[in-house]
Design a protein around this ligand. Structure first.
Ligand SMILES: *Cc1c(COP(=O)(O)O)cnc(C)c1O
Length: 404
């Protein structure tokens, strides 16, 4: 029996066929069951901030597992309090900020959804409306799916949790839709799953002003953009605004499953005992690992590295002169390479053949989200392998045209 047979028989079919089976990782590299090496520019979808098997990650897991892994949220632990303080400092919440821990992005957004409902139900005004952006992705649970503006994802699971309205991602649409019955606006600062789509210029600043004017919360989903990926600790910081809440996950754990809701100012007082919780959320093991990962990002200047390597990669990609490449979107090390033909899946397959792991969030976009600590060696190798993959697909396109 092959691993493909096992996967096909034993796993629920929520994902399509697995593209490879990996048995080991080190730094920016992965090895499959046949001993073949791959350069990993997906990093577990923006999760492995320090790459694979980083000694800081490994040591944090081993040391904390041997000290105290889990005691439930009836009790405090030093790693949980340390991570909460660290996240408040990095997000710039000041004294009044607070943190709720879950185990994933979806759980962080579930908590944010409930925060929005609390704001809608406990204030002076009733606020039943919640606004979210068309095409933004916030998760797969019933609550976060209701926030995710993709009809094809929602359709088999109707009815949705009510109250969410989707608006176009323009300042005009927000102005036109906003009123004093809106509890919150959810914003994904770069729409990663939709194809690394940037917000319009000035959107976050306008969103802050408009939500504040109407007493609605501004909740920024930093699950993919956070932990330094875009060249700031959090993408909202590029805009110089203060949101009411952000959600984080993916990169903050460096491979350990953890997510968090971070609140600012008055929004920090909405939850009260009994309104939300999680058994695993914020346990000593996960929070110790996340703290170690974030401390390493800070100590090694990896937020700056993300900005610089992002620029270097963009310059290299546009410099390829490939007829297939339209241009780059995103920021820092969250890069969407736009293609002129809907062949992104073929490019991903060709890249894997050449020993490079990348991904296609849609038919005409390649997403690059490598570890934050990549350097010249990885970038040079990426350029070689990506060029080879593009050429394979370009040649196939030329053949197709010739035979058509
Ligand atoms: C990945 C992602 C989520 C969901 O996170 P999970 O850990 O998969 O539940 C939510 N929002 C954004 C922006 C994401 O990129």
């Amino acid at each position: 029996m092959s691993w493909q047979d096992d996967a096909g028989r034993d796993l629920l079919r929520t994902f399509g066929d697995r593209m490879a089976m990996f048995v080991r990782g080190e730094g920016a590299y992965l090895w499959d069951a046949d001993g073949r090496r791959y350069l990993d520019f997906l990093a577990g979808i923006a999760v492995n901030s320090l790459g694979h098997a980083h000694p800081v990650f490994v040591d944090a897991v081993a040391t904390q597992a041997a000290t105290l892994a889990h005691v439930s949220n009836y009790f405090a632990t030093p790693p949980q309090l340390e991570l909460a303080a660290r996240l408040k400092r990095l997000a710039g919440t000041g004294e009044s900020g607070r943190v709720y821990f879950g185990n994933s992005g979806a759980e962080a957004n579930e908590a944010a959804f409930k925060l929005a409902r609390l704001h809608g139900s406990t204030g002076e005004k009733e606020r039943p409306r919640i606004l979210a952006l068309t095409d933004a992705f916030h998760g797969r649970t019933m609550g976060t799916l209701a926030l995710t503006g993709k009809p094809y994802m929602q359709q088999p699971f109707l009815p949705m949790v009510p109250g969410v309205e989707f608006i176009d991602t323009t300042i005009d649409a927000l102005e036109a839709t906003m009123d004093d019955r809106v509890a919150a606006l959810f914003v994904e600062p770069i729409k990663g799953e939709a194809g690394v789509i940037d917000l319009p210029e000035g959107y976050l600043r306008a969103a802050r002003e408009i939500t504040a004017r109407h007493g609605a919360l501004l909740i920024v989903d930093e699950i993919q953009t956070g932990a330094g990926r875009t060249g700031e600790w959090f993408a909202f910081q590029h805009a110089g605004i203060t949101p009411d809440a952000i959600t984080v996950a993916k990169g903050i754990g460096g491979g350990f499953p953890i997510g968090a809701l971070i609140t600012f100012g008055a929004a920090s007082e909405l939850f009260y005992p009994g309104t939300h919780g999680s058994t695993f959320g914020g346990n000593a093991l996960g929070t110790a690992v996340s703290s170690a990962v974030l401390a390493e990002i800070e100590a090694e200047g990896l937020v700056g590295n993300a900005a610089e390597r992002g620029r270097q990669l963009r310059t290299a990609i546009t410099g390829l002169g490939s007829a297939l490449v339209e241009g780059c979107r995103g920021r820092g090390l969250l890069i969407g390479v736009g293609l002129r033909h809907p062949v992104a899946k073929a490019v991903v397959a060709a890249a894997q053949e050449h020993g490079l792991i990348i991904n296609a969030p849609n038919d005409s976009t390649i997403r690059l989200v490598p570890a934050l600590n990549i350097g010249d060696v990885e970038i040079d190798e990426f350029v070689q392998l990506f060029t080879a993959a593009l050429r394979t697909v370009e040649d196939a396109l030329v053949l197709e045209e010739a035979s058509a």
